[in-house]
Design a binder for this molecule. Structure first.
Ligand SMILES: [Zn+2]
Length: 81
């Protein structure tokens, strides 16, 4: 589900971001949630007021590990394991 957010600039390309679409659940973004800029794919995190900041290296690493786990689960499911 797409949510309108407080208009804020991407920290890299500075284009205005005023919406986001979650990949799981239907809740509005919360503080520390990860988002990717639609225009330049920069990885950021939401602040409590829905403004954006550069994602911390720890948050990026955690997200990459989770994506890897999901990809492995999908590969195993596809292979019937
Ligand atoms: Zn951007």
């Amino acid at each position: 589900m797409t949510h309108r957010t407080k208009p804020t600039a991407c920290t890299r390309c500075e284009k205005t971001i005023d919406a986001c679409t979650g990949i799981s659940g239907t809740n509005a973004p919360e503080e520390d949630d990860i988002t990717v800029c639609f225009y330049c794919q920069h990885v950021m995190q939401f602040n409590k007021d829905q403004s954006l900041r550069d994602a911390s290296p720890e948050a990026i690493e955690e997200t990459m590990l989770e994506l890897s786990r999901i990809q492995n689960a999908l590969t195993r499911r596809k292979a019937g394991l």
